[in-house]
Design a protein around this ligand. Structure first.
Ligand code: FPP
Ligand code: MG
Length: 438
């Protein structure tokens, strides 16, 4: 029987077809090459930006409470892939200059600069935050608060009509301060979710070092995650774009929904059912792809993509497919990495009671897996038996095929963008997401 997940994999692998969101083909700028095939290393395009971003992120996370300060920064001190900031910055570079409101956004950046993003929106002496790393926004608890007449925020000068910016969409390598800050915000939200996740999963290690719960305990890990979300929310509101605030705030709810959906019981049927696949893929979107998809979309909006323009749809559809591929490969690596790198059987997800892509595919070939999945591998020997059945099936291979189908789809979507180094770097990422080993 050909399942629809296989059908998706086949249709994309066999036939290269343009995605349906393309409402308008971009105009190529006169100087752009007709087709750029040279692969570009993503780190060479935004690597220095990423390094600076991580440094200044630590400033955003300062707390006068030493314990909170330490845990909030803990996961940022160990090197990570920074996949989400990378996507945000590359999409910004690949689309800046295309949107109708680009000139306005660029003018605002020129007038207000980077520092504006750190200034409180409320009066400076209103006690709304306390960050010793940013003394300008730190209010003393010691003074008697006295009434001060309200001051008006300075107005931005109007956009000059003669502003020398191209009217034909052409690529601007310039990154706006708001887009850089967005990259930091998405990483803060991601790390907040990891702090909570490591409590839920009772993880002892993360990236080879003691996890936050192992190092600081569960309570501080949860509170540290909440603190990151607080600081991310403040930074988000200062971007001054309601559409972006709504998008990114909805990701926080999505992450929680994804985690809850992951706990949902699987109904036992003689053969794998559509409901189990639907819950798994929905969970995968909510838990992983949503932040990538909405992060890319928000980046393009901050670059001046107006209502009705296609660029933000391309960004969302790209991020959604890329994120699904990323998580599907994660689920494959969970079976493969244990054997390859630790010399012990993989399948940590099984220990957590989770049936991911490889197990759901294996269920089709080995119906006896059904009851084990339903009881979340709780009985003695369930995990070992399930691992063996998955290994004797084509589950891992088919999950990788499905991931490849989504990454191919993401790559096709990029063809709607004008050629640039950032676009080539994004193309490279759609390959690396499949071939990665960690
Ligand atoms: C890692 O998954 C975890 C996530 C991608 C999201 C977890 C979300 C929550 C715990 C909800 C709370 C969210 C916020 C924003 C506070 P994994 O366990 O599959 O991967 P791992 O191997 O890296 O742990
Ligand atoms: Mg986990």
């Amino acid at each position: 029987m050909l399942r629809w997940t296989d059908a998706l994999a086949r249709s994309t692998l066999c036939r290269r077809r343009l995605y349906s969101v393309h409402a308008a083909q971009p105009q190529k700028s006169a100087s752009a090459p007709a087709h750029q095939t040279r692969p570009v290393d993503p780190a060479s395009v935004v690597g220095p930006d990423l390094d600076r971003l991580r440094q200044s992120l630590l400033t955003l996370l300062g707390s006068a409470h030493p314990g909170l300060d330490e845990i909030a920064k803990y996961y940022f001190l160990h090197p990570s892939k920074q996949m989400r900031p990378l996507l945000v910055l590359l999409f910004a570079r690949a689309t800046n200059g295309l949107g109708r409101d680009w000139r306005e956004r660029r003018w605002a950046a020129e007038c207000e600069g980077e520092a504006q993003l750190d200034l409180p929106l409320t009066r400076g002496d209103v006690l709304n935050d306390w960050n010793p790393s940013m003394p300008d926004t730190t209010t003393s608890f010691q003074s008697v608060f006295s009434l001060v007449p309200p001051a008006l925020h300075p107005q931005r000068p109007p956009l000059p009509t003669e502003l020398a910016l191209p009217t034909i969409p052409s690529l601007q390598p310039l990154l706006l301060p708001t887009q850089r800050r967005l990259a930091q915000i998405v990483e803060m939200i991601h790390v907040a979710s990891l702090l909570h996740d490591d409590v839920i999963d009772r993880s002892a290690l993360r990236r080879g070092v003691p996890s936050a719960p192992a190092a600081f305990g569960n309570k501080l890990s949860v509170l540290g995650g909440d603190f990151l979300l607080g600081r991310a929310s403040t930074a988000l509101s200062r971007l001054g774009d309601l559409e972006v605030v709504e998008l990114i705030a909805s990701v926080i709810a999505n992450l929680v929904e994804g985690e809850i959906l992951q706990m949902k019981d699987v109904v036992a049927t003689p053969t794998v059912n559509a409901e189990a696949w639907s819950v798994y893929l929905k969970k995968t979107y909510l838990k992983t792809a949503s932040l990538m998809a909405k992060g890319c979309r928000a980046s393009v909006i901050l670059g001046g993509c107006a209502q009705g323009e296609v660029w933000k749809e391309v960004a969302y559809a790209f991020g959604r497919n890329f994120g699904l591929a990323f998580q599907l490969v994660d689920d494959v690596l969970d079976y493969e990495s244990g054997e390859a790198t630790l010399g012990k059987p993989g399948g940590a997800d099984l220990q957590l009671g989770l049936a991911t892509g490889p197990a759901l595919y294996a269920w089709e070939e080995h119906p006896e897996l059904g009851p084990l999945i339903q009881r979340k591998f709780e009985n003695e020997g369930d995990v070992e038996l399930a691992r063996d059945l998955v290994r004797r099936s084509s589950g891992v291979e088919r999950t990788r095929d499905l991931a490849r189908a989504h990454s191919e789809k993401a790559r096709e979507l990029l063809q709607l963008l004008p050629d640039s180094d950032a676009k080539s770097a994004l193309e490279v990422m759609t390959e690396r997401v499949i071939t990665r080993t960690s």
